[in-house]
Design a protein around this ligand. Structure first.
Ligand code: BG6
Length: 485
């Protein structure tokens, strides 16, 4: 559905996020007819660039994101909406002109996307307020990381809150915009089949894996100050955990879902100095092979031999509530792992009694595998009779649903959905302040316990599934990490 013409300003308009994600997402929404002519998409950055220079960059970014499939007439139409404004967010100069160009009196929706480094979130918000660019139709999008611990996150939230009301503030976690993540809600609450089994009585444990093959790429400066717990677990993995574990919300109203997620975050049992050694593993990759070639270790890649930043985390999380008491949620994420895969695996309890003899073979518990990326789909592992004579022998076989085959449509990028939700003013898939802070309140003691232990992260060879301690973490409980076979 079309949205009324709007203005969207990207601070950090020449940066990586704008070029790789935001502009391609906006292009798709334009090409699909959702963004109308008359809308304005304005890149803002410090560099002095002409409009033509910026268009050249945008064209190159789209060509890269789109490959061959970039029709010139659509591109031309899109570029008519795109302009560039040079502005140094840290300095006073130029803000009056910028504000005048933004026409603060008009009553159209105006989105300011902070795709810059986090140090300048606050100065930008303050300038926007000083220049009257925080009126009712204005929305501000704040990218992660929101702080590096609870205290700094609260300071950012306070500062943003002095300039914009909570309903104007959209804290983005792009995992929530992924089609397959939203499908989790569809699957849980659009089917009667799962919910009666969705509790400690029937579920043995849950695994959430977000594995990447890439290293830290060009982001060494940022990444080394953050690490995998801050970069991935505090936000993306915990959001996935919330959607798996939350109580059924009464509706899809933004706060109905966010209230339920918040309760999950608050029910997480603490991991701190007393149990971090049993419940957490952090790793750092050393040289190895990835994506078919030799790759350097993390320390060589970032050229800081003393760094103790983790590029891998495995955790055993638990929720202290009735539904999930005693059900571990094993989380793991890392860079330079053997494959790019994100999945959630729900393992049900074993059958209470077997009527089959030994010759039937082992009976594996049922598993529901939600594959978020790549090859998005849902698999349900069931026991079946192996065909033919020779007695009742059992085999594990999966009911396997691939989204691409089932629906045959393009899976839009998460940012397409999320950007248009901001324009439409729908905050459902954005993190409320209290959620961000509850997630930090849980992450902080883990970081502190690691710091206090004075141990270096355990090393793992690039291209393997993390340090052996991560295998031990789950095997101690008599379980194994899921392998899709
Ligand atoms: C980002 C992290 O939030 O998510 C990156 O900062 C990570 O380190 C990325 O690579 C992963 O996102 P996706 O969509 O590729 O799974």
């Amino acid at each position: 559905s079309q949205v009324d013409p709007f203005d969207l300003v990207i601070f950090g308009g020449t940066g990586d996020l704008a070029v790789r994600k935001l502009l391609p997402a906006l292009y798709h929404r334009y090409a699909d007819g959702q963004i109308q002519p008359g809308s304005r998409l304005i890149g803002v950055a410090r560099d002095t660039l002409s409009q033509a220079d910026y268009h050249t960059r945008v064209r190159a970014a789209l060509a890269k994101a789109q490959g061959e499939d970039l029709p010139e007439d659509v591109l031309q139409g899109f570029l008519k909406l795109v302009s560039y404004h040079a502005l140094d967010a840290r300095k006073d100069d130029g803000w009056s002109q910028f504000a005048a160009a933004m026409q603060p009196d008009s009553d159209r929706v105006c989105v300011f996307y902070l795709a810059t480094s986090p140090e300048i979130f606050i100065p930008i918000c303050e300038r926007l307020r000083e220049h009257g660019l925080n009126h009712g139709k204005v929305r501000v999008v704040v990218e992660k990381p929101i702080g590096r611990d609870l205290k700094s996150a609260a300071a950012i939230n306070d500062a943003v809150g002095r300039c914009f009301a909570e309903q104007q503030t959209f804290r983005i976690d792009h995992y929530l915009g992924k089609e397959t993540v939203q499908n989790l809600v569809a699957l849980r609450f659009g089917n009667a089949l799962f919910e009666p089994l969705w509790n400690a009585g029937h579920i043995d444990h849950v695994q959430i894996t977000v594995a990447e093959t890439i290293g830290v790429e060009w982001r060494a400066g940022f990444y080394d100050g953050a690490g995998a717990l801050r970069d991935m677990v505090q936000n993306h993995l915990l959001q996935l955990l919330c959607l798996v574990a939350m109580e059924p919300p009464a509706s899809l109203a933004p706060d109905a879902i966010r209230d339920e997620k918040l309760k999950v975050l608050r029910a997480l049992k603490p991991i701190n100095e007393s149990n971090a050694a049993q419940c957490s593993v952090r790793g750092q990759y050393r040289a190895g092979a990835s994506n078919g070639g030799a790759v350097p270790g993390y320390l060589e890649e970032i050229a800081r031999p003393e760094s103790r930043t983790e590029t891998f985390v495995a955790l055993k999380a638990e929720l202290g509530n009735w539904r999930w008491a005693g059900v571990p949620f094993y989380l793991r994420t890392g860079k330079r792992l053997p494959e790019r895969v994100s999945e959630i695996v729900i393992t049900f309890r074993a059958i209470p009694h077997s009527i089959f003899g030994e010759h039937a073979g082992p009976i594996s518990p049922n598993k529901l595998v939600l594959r978020l990326q790549p090859d998005e789909g849902v698999k349900l592992w069931l026991m079946n009779k192996y065909p033919g004579p020779g007695g009742l022998r059992l085999r594990r076989v999966a009911l396997d649903m691939s989204f691409a085959e089932a629906f045959g449509v393009r899976n839009p990028d998460a940012y397409e959905r999320l950007l248009m939700d901001v324009v439409r003013g729908n905050p459902t898939l954005f993190m409320r302040r209290d959620e961000v802070e509850a997630a930090w309140a849980w992450a902080d003691p883990i970081l502190q316990a690691w710091e206090a232990s004075n141990e270096a992260p355990k090393s793992y060879t690039a291209g393997t599934w993390g340090p052996s301690a991560a295998v031990a973490l789950i095997e101690r409980d008599g379980r194994t990490w899921h392998e899709d076979a």
